[in-house]
Design a binder for this molecule. Structure first.
Ligand code: ATP
Ligand code: MN
Length: 477
């Protein structure tokens, strides 16, 4: 079907020509005014019909949710709210929607209800805006890296390496659950499994990205990752998308610069290219927050917050400095934190991260040089032998949005770290080879894509920024 996109008709604002539009009916007023949306923009398009001269069988079927095609002349609009509209000469019903059964009525539905009908929620203003922005963000990320000469690397989704330790994994097997092949000792015989060994869904593409960075210099992955952690929070999914650049010859400072530049680039890209959707989401957030007590409301409207983030330098400080601040903080002294910070070495919880960002600095924060005991084996040991060259980026309302590090490039140090953490060398021979042959300083990080979508859209639950969320107890659709 040759059709005119609603976005283009509205943006051009021209009138006096014949057009065809197709989309889904949002509302139908006075038997005359159809508000039509085709997903090309947040705006609906007004199609005006002359119902007295139209087949009543067709008029009857113009219901919320139905898909229709409308043909007619684009004319200047008399009504307010739009510059042009269509004076339809022909309406074709493409797909009916029974008004007694269609779950999306033209009224406000709760986000919880819409999550139950995630297959239809794309048809609401909120979710169509979110998924257009999500798309633009993905595009901006590819553009950012492509413009810098990075190579987009597709790392495996099924892996047999389980040393990364980023989280609990999902087992991948074709063995029969009730009746797996067993060896002589009665143990499950994984050599008979599909891949001849135990395999899982990946928790991160980093280790493989490092291998490629040791030849291509600058690579990034952008793909799904899986964690079987039983964390029922508004910031964790069992299946989420991660962006993981890995760069040869970069140290931790270069790594922080790259991460900060990427985040600001994506935020600026959306402020520039997603204006209408952002404006809609900003109003949505203001309305939602009117229901909340003053102290729980955002300090700034959405676009102001994004601009603030894009225009200000992130605060950089060490873990040790952060612990000092937290120890002396009011909520710590008054025992308001769930986890009281007592000693150096404590892992920071989301409440601590959010205190630093939202209360203390009121800016995004990059924390570096974490105690080695709370970080992964591959992070580069600092000269103090106590901390590693790790960095976490903390965002207001989100907490950790990026986790990264300079990687340990020294073979002997890496081996002794692995021994300390009981990671068998044999299984990691391929990883160690990069340190044996032409090793070099390198660094990278992982950006949780949905956490950035949360930040930019002003939504508060991660289940609302991915089309079909997977979390404990839910893999619907
Ligand atoms: P957290 O402490 O928030 O659970 P993490 O330290 O386990 O995160 P990393 O292994 O460092 O996370 O992963 C890199 C990034 O991926 C995180 O900074 C975060 O943005 C994102 N991320 C991690 N786990 C999840 C998850 N379950 N759902 C969505 N995003 C996640
Ligand atoms: Mn982390």
């Amino acid at each position: 079907m040759k059709r005119n996109k609603i976005k283009e008709i509205l943006e051009s604002g021209k009138s006096g020509y014949q057009a065809t539009v197709a989309g889904w009916v949002r509302t139908f007023r006075n038997n005359q005014f159809i508000a039509l949306n085709d997903g090309s923009s947040i705006s609906t398009f007004q199609v005006v019909i002359d119902y007295e001269n139209m087949d009543p069988e067709i008029v009857k079927k113009i219901n919320t949710g139905a898909s229709i095609k409308a043909e007619g002349e684009i004319i200047e609009s008399m009504g307010k709210g739009q510059s042009v509209e269509m004076k339809a000469t022909q309406i074709t019903i493409l797909g009916e929607a029974d008004p007694d059964k269609y779950p999306l009525q033209p009224k406000k539905h709760s986000l919880e209800f819409l999550r139950e009908i995630a297959h239809l929620r794309f048809r609401t203003n909120t979710f169509s805006a979110i998924f257009r922005i999500r798309h633009q963000m993905a595009f901006a990320i590819h553009k950012f890296f492509n413009d810098k000469g990075f190579v987009y690397l597709h790392t495996p989704i099924i892996t047999s390496s389980d040393a990364e330790g980023a989280g609990e994994m999902f087992r991948v097997t074709t063995m029969e659950i009730g009746d797996p092949p067993r060896d002589e000792a009665g143990q499950i015989d994984t050599t008979k499994d599909f891949f001849g060994k135990e395999t899982n869904l990946t928790v991160s593409g980093q280790l493989e990205a490092e291998l490629a960075a040791m030849a291509l210099s600058e690579v990034y992955t952008f793909g799904p990752t899986f964690r079987a952690e039983n964390s029922n929070t508004s910031r964790h999914l069992a299946e989420f998308w991660m962006v993981e650049p890995e760069v040869a010859f970069n140290n931790l400072d270069d790594n922080m610069d790259l991460a900060e530049e990427l985040l600001k680039y994506v935020i600026n890209y959306i402020m520039e290219n997603g204006k209408d959707d952002l404006a809609f989401l900003e109003t949505r957030l203001l309305n939602e927050e009117k229901q909340k007590p003053q102290i729980e409301r955002s300090a700034m409207p959405l676009t102001e917050k994004l601009k603030f983030c894009a225009d200000n330098e992130f605060v950089r400080l060490t873990y040790t400095e952060a612990i000092q601040i937290l120890k002396n903080s009011k909520p710590n002294k008054k025992k308001k934190f769930k986890y009281i910070i007592e000693d150096w070495g404590a892992d920071l919880q989301s409440e601590h991260e959010r205190y630093l960002v939202e209360k203390h600095f009121k800016k995004p924060v990059i924390l570096v040089d974490y105690p080695k005991d709370i970080k992964a084996f591959y992070m580069r040991m600092n000269d103090d032998n106590k901390t590693v060259s790790a960095m976490d980026i903390l965002f207001p309302g989100i907490g950790e949005i990026i986790g990264g590090s300079q990687r340990e490039e020294r073979l002997d140090v890496l081996k002794s770290r692995m021994a300390e953490m009981d990671i068998p060398e044999e299984e990691m021979h391929w990883y160690l080879d990069t340190r044996k042959f032409g090793s070099c300083v390198h660094a990278g990080f992982g950006l949780g894509f949905e956490r950035l979508v949360l930040f930019i859209t002003g939504m508060s639950n991660i289940r609302d920024v991915i089309p079909f969320p997977r979390y404990p107890g839910n893999a619907k659709f």
